[in-house]
Design a protein around this ligand. Structure first.
Ligand SMILES: [Zn+2]
Length: 639
């Protein structure tokens, strides 16, 4: 009690004129810095808490990131066009670890454009349908593939086309293979890039995968590919009422395609349902699959109305399978959400409601420039963000333009509307030139829920999910806790029901625990022969007594502490340190009690040292840490 009174007295004395020392300001600065960082974390709602094993894995990932950075800093991959670095990314240790990372779900995918083109071709080549696989060769550079009987003129059997027909045709099926000099020259001209991508959507689209035998194999391949990269849940987008066909030579008008379904889309969904059900039986770690029904955003209002009715019917008939509705294709070129507003209104008036997952704000253009050539729709692309929110979208695809609308970020945060970020797609289509500037970093730090997905990985040609996570981990400044947040978001903001989410999280936590144990073993098995660590400085160099202060320790070669107990020593007092990266660790100065009146008025300085082997040896430094008298204690800090 005596000392507390004295501290108060001295504090008042200081405020009234005594000069404060430079030490005091350093200490005060460090308190403000800690507070600012903590408030930022709370503002975004980040859960940064990691248990002891998770800390080790976080240290390991941080170390791997540092190694990757050292190896690539002269040509830092997230800042470079990904098409030039794919092989390097896939060969990296970071990629290997991230492939194993349990990513939760992938929620923004276009159904026919996820499974590698090579796998789709293999499915057909290894079946009797190979005899019926034809290529349209009559128009150079307008390749088409289809399964036909007696095709029209201009079509050639694929197997007759070249010595290695698969290799040949693969070069015509992906964006990375057809990207031209013009696209490379203007990396933010999204229109050029879309003009190359859009024809590819038809090339290995429904005409191939909707054959009754292919649907099942294609769906199995999709689920297997996801699980292979530790994606346990999928939502894919596909058009309303896909028709399934068999081959029948008597169907001469359609060159052998006999559709065995109406355009309700029943047969395809029944087929997918049974594949998913069986897959979960044989792979119990898989969570499930849902479908977002989509329409092409250049359709007429009548056609959109028709699709909306189909989507409503499908969601009534398959309530566990249908997630909702979306509009797809190049947003700058298509109709706005406002244009279709009366369609959505008609649906509401009929008491029908669909959950919406709109692509919105996938544009580079400012709000006041109109990109659509459609004369009846003078609404800018960026304005779709307003309408997506008003129409009650559960999630927004891409949302690049949101970066120019901080107030809308606030709205998304409060309404818990997630942004589906697709980093590689955004770069390939010219919306983000450097992943270090991806706008979703800002959304995440603002507290807008963000999920990571892959859009059209196979049609882009980068197969499959982990490349996006590589870009995020290396380029966005994210650690293990952030990646965990993204994985959790992908389940939390999925279209699953509450009870489905409980089951989903149970499965994900199992995968998470397995990952942590495997990575911990890997981390703790590392041997470091690198140079000895050394300390350059600590910040702050003071604390008051009796309190404890977070002390940043800067230096080099700290990687050996990944799986070791590191101790900071302040005179005779030691405290446990936390690895931040190879150049930085943090520790808390110990609580230092000096109760005598004399000690309250005097500084006490101690040599600072650090141990990287749990206290067996200490690395001496010429640094000192000072416990200041309690009159320096700051009662309330505001930055
Ligand atoms: Zn998309």
């Amino acid at each position: 009690m005596v000392s507390r009174c004295l501290c108060l007295f001295l504090l008042v004395g200081l405020v009234h004129g005594s000069s404060l020392t430079a030490d005091f300001y350093e200490y005060e600065h460090s308190l403000k810095r800690n507070m600012l960082q903590e408030d930022e974390r709370k503002f975004a709602g980040w859960n940064k808490d990691l248990n002891e094993d998770e800390e080790i894995v976080n240290n390991y990932l941080t170390y791997l990131k540092w190694q990757e950075f050292q190896n690539t800093r002269a040509a830092f991959i997230p800042s470079r066009p990904i098409q030039d670095y794919l092989n390097q990314i896939k060969a990296s240790k970071v990629y290997e670890v991230l492939k194993k990372f349990p990513k939760g779900g992938s929620l923004h995918l276009h159904h026919n454009h996820v499974v590698s083109k090579s796998i789709i071709l293999d499915i057909i080549i290894n079946s009797s349908l190979y005899e019926n696989l034809y290529v349209k060769t009559s128009e150079p550079n307008k390749w088409k593939l289809d399964i036909l009987v007696n095709p029209p003129e201009g079509w050639t059997k694929l197997k007759d086309i070249q010595d290695d027909p698969k290799k040949f045709i693969l070069t015509k099926l992906t964006f990375l293979n057809v990207m031209d000099d013009q696209a490379r020259k203007y990396p933010t001209d999204s229109a050029i890039r879309w003009s190359l991508l859009e024809p590819l959507f038809d090339r290995t689209g429904s005409s191939l995968v909707n054959h009754v035998d292919i649907i099942k194999k294609h769906t199995e391949a999709l689920l297997r590919a996801a699980l292979d990269e530790n994606i346990q849940y999928l939502e894919t987008k596909s058009k309303a009422g896909k028709k399934v066909y068999i081959l029948d030579s008597s169907a001469t008008e359609t060159h052998g395609k006999r559709f065995i379904d109406t355009d309700s889309g029943d047969k395809e969904l029944q087929s997918i349902s049974s594949v998913v059900e069986n897959f979960i039986k044989t792979h119990p770690e898989f969570i499930g699959y849902k479908r977002v029904v989509n329409s092409f955003r250049r359709y007429s209002k009548e056609r959109i109305m028709n699709d909306l009715h189909k989507a409503v019917n499908l969601s009534k008939n398959y309530p566990n399978l249908i997630a909702g509705y979306d509009l797809v294709a190049e947003e700058d070129l298509g109709y706005s959400l406002m244009f279709y507003q009366e369609n959505f209104q008609t649906l509401l008036a009929a008491h029908d409601k669909l959950p919406y997952f709109f692509h919105a704000g996938e544009t580079n253009w400012p709000d006041d420039l109109l990109t659509s050539m459609l004369p009846e729709d003078p609404v800018s692309t960026a304005a779709n963000l307003y309408d997506a929110i008003i129409l009650g979208a559960k999630r927004i695809g891409h949302g690049i333009a949101l970066a120019n609308h901080p107030y809308l970020m606030k709205v998304l945060k409060s309404k818990k509307i997630a942004i589906e970020a697709n980093p590689v797609s955004n770069m390939l289509l010219g919306y983000v030139q450097d992943q270090r500037h991806h706008p979703a970093i800002t959304y995440f730090r603002y507290g807008v829920p963000v999920v990571i997905s892959a859009d059209d990985p196979a049609t882009f040609g980068y197969d499959l999910f982990t490349a996006d996570w590589y870009e995020v981990f290396m380029g966005w400044g994210f650690d293990l806790a952030d990646l965990r947040q993204l994985a959790n978001n992908s389940l939390q903001y999925s279209a699953m029901s509450s009870s489905e989410k409980i089951n989903a999280f149970e499965k994900w936590i199992k995968a998470w625990n397995k990952f942590i144990q495997e990575m911990k073993t890997e981390a703790c098995g590392l041997h470091f022969n690198s140079d000895q660590p050394f300390i350059s400085n600590i910040f702050p160099r003071e604390s008051y007594f009796p309190g404890s202060t977070k002390v940043e320790v800067f230096g080099r070669n700290f990687e050996r502490s990944i799986c070791q107990t590191v101790l900071c020593k302040f005179g005779d007092y030691t405290s446990k340190a936390l690895y931040v990266n190879n150049n930085q660790i943090t520790c808390n100065s110990p609580i230092y009690f000096k109760s005598s009146y004399q000690a309250e008025r005097q500084k006490a300085s101690f040599p600072f040292s650090i141990s990287f082997d749990n206290g067996t040896t200490f690395l001496s430094t010429n640094l000192t840490f000072t416990f200041m008298p309690c009159y320096s204690r700051i009662k309330s800090v505001h930055y």
